[in-house]
Design a protein around this ligand. Structure first.
Ligand code: MG
Length: 203
């Protein structure tokens, strides 16, 4: 199992971090151990002083493929949920400045959290999925798949030109504006529409 992540997929978020809006998807990966297992606590890592949440729509891959055409891409994912791409922002800024890879800032153990899966059969339109994120009960992020620079199908097709996608792989599709810091004791909750799919306390 692999975790693909897309960076800078919402124009407002690219802007808030001072990044250009990319022509093609920005892809990075997290290893299997990055996935927080169900019912396990999430601990604030020791190597950062600036841990950020990034709430994102996450796709679940249901079919093995390579060189997938955009028109066929929707057959390769069958469920969606909300997730958190946890980021050690201080480390990431340092690495970016030096032109170094992001893994230490993005891909550490338990840095990827996903909520309850919703089958696409229950979703009226993949191009109009509203989601939101609350920190300590306060709304801090909201997004809609309609606002993504690269659609689900474009992302899947693009990734598959470089990497095989396999059943069980996850794809984090990018975060909207409003990313911010978390501290120990924060309560985080992510929603698809009105439905709460993910709840987590930072320990
Ligand atoms: Mg992200």
């Amino acid at each position: 199992m692999k975790i693909f992540c897309i960076g800078r997929n919402y124009a407002e978020h690219a802007k808030e971090l001072g990044n250009a809006v990319p022509d093609e998807p920005v892809v990075f990966m997290k290893p299997k151990n990055a996935l927080l297992q169900p019912h396990m606590p999430f601990y604030y890592p020791e190597f950062t002083n600036e841990l950020h949440y990034e709430c994102e729509l996450v796709l679940r891959v249901c079919k093995n493929g390579k060189y997938i055409q955009p028109q066929a891409a929707s057959r390769y994912y069958d469920a969606v949920t909300t997730g958190i791409d946890f980021t050690a922002r201080d480390l990431q800024q340092e690495l970016k400045k030096k032109g170094l890879p992001w893994e230490k800032a993005k891909s550490w153990d338990n840095s990827a959290v996903v909520g309850t899966w919703i089958p696409f059969g229950e979703i009226p339109s993949a191009a109009d999925i509203r989601f939101s994120f609350k920190k300590n009960g306060e709304l801090v992020q909201q997004g809609n798949s309609a606002e993504m620079i690269h659609s689900f199908d474009t992302i899947v097709a693009h990734i598959s030109q470089y990497f095989s996608v396999n059943i069980g792989d996850l794809i984090f599709t990018g975060t909207p504006a409003g990313v911010g810091e978390v501290v120990v004791g924060d309560e985080l909750e992510a929603f698809l529409g009105e439905k709460s799919l993910l709840k987590l306390e930072v320990k």
